[in-house]
Design a protein around this ligand. Sequence first.
Ligand SMILES: Cc1cc2nc3c(=O)[nH]c(=O)nc-3n(C[C@H](O)[C@H](O)[C@H](O)COP(=O)(O)OP(=O)(O)OC[C@H]3O[C@@H](n4cnc5c(N)ncnc54)[C@H](O)[C@@H]3O)c2cc1C
Length: 305
Amino acid sequence: MVSTTATPARVDVAVIGGSFAGMSAALQLARACRSVTIIDQGRPRNRTAERAHGCLGWDGCAPDALLATARRQLDAYEGVHWLSDEAIAAEAMTGGGFRVRCDSGAQVAARRLILAHGVVDQLPDLPGLAQRWGKTVLHCPYCHGYEICGGPLGLLVGPDEDAVAHAKALSQWGTITVFHRNDRDARALDALAEQLKDVGAQLQRSALVGVTGEACAELADGRSVALRALFLHPTTTLSAPMAQQLGCETEAAGCISTDSAKQTTVEGVFACGDAARFAGNIALAIGEGALAGVAAHRSLLGLLD
Ligand SMILES: Cc1cc2nc3c(=O)[nH]c(=O)nc-3n(C[C@H](O)[C@H](O)[C@H](O)COP(=O)(O)OP(=O)(O)OC[C@H]3O[C@@H](n4cnc5c(N)ncnc54)[C@H](O)[C@@H]3O)c2cc1C
């Protein structure tokens, strides 16, 4: 979808990540007649999902249709430039501003920098999960629960997760069976089975070893359990190293710390979207992007406290 346009050597703002958050930030800056270069690899987090839900006005649309519309509208602004590239390094320049280096060798110098590069989800290493991710292997019931409501749902929990709280939340959308990967001992499983009864969920004692078919849970003892979907919580990490390279502080969960204007702990560097909030969704990413774009503009004017 993204093409590269001629990019000036120095711009007011460089945005790393041109998806929901990054384009929203760039839109505010473009409308303030500022020059913006968006560097983007074109791999939004929800790219495996056919439909996106819960975003007002866009509920049920294809994610790439939403992004293509946003891109088309942004392209109408003179000050917006695109680099279809991977940003690999960022540094503060002597005398102010930041330099971003890209995989192709391209460099962008900017007075302000917005990190909107999102996150990467690492799924448990089990056969069948990756190819069903965003289809019948899911993480967010607010995004996909309504479409599969009322059926048997699975919840795969790790050893340190609060399985009872997760099962209780998910029980809004269906009948919950909790699965594990042989990472809790027999006593812990006994206790968990009892606790789950209180929230109307049941524990599957045999470990999950894979998923087949639509969403069929394959168990270590050879049995299969047909589900409408399997929910899990992937390990989530920042998808780019710039925050670390620049010395931006991060939260305990790993997302980039920001203040209420979306400025990081490094002056002139802003962060928005999933990179700054691991429990992300499209509407939040768009909203935070708008905040970051306006704040970066006010910072250029010397108006940001
Ligand atoms: C399977 C799945 C389904 C989802 N469904 C929904 C849904 O239905 N509704 C909803 O509201 N939310 C949904 N979400 C959440 C939603 O996808 C995210 O909240 C949203 O994409 C965050 O937007 P973002 O702009 O912060 O990051 P992203 O959309 O992930 O975009 C980040 C962009 O930055 C680029 N990038 C990363 N690193 C670099 C780099 N080094 N250089 C250049 N570019 C880079 C990426 O390629 C990407 O284009 C879903 C998530 C998943 C995993």
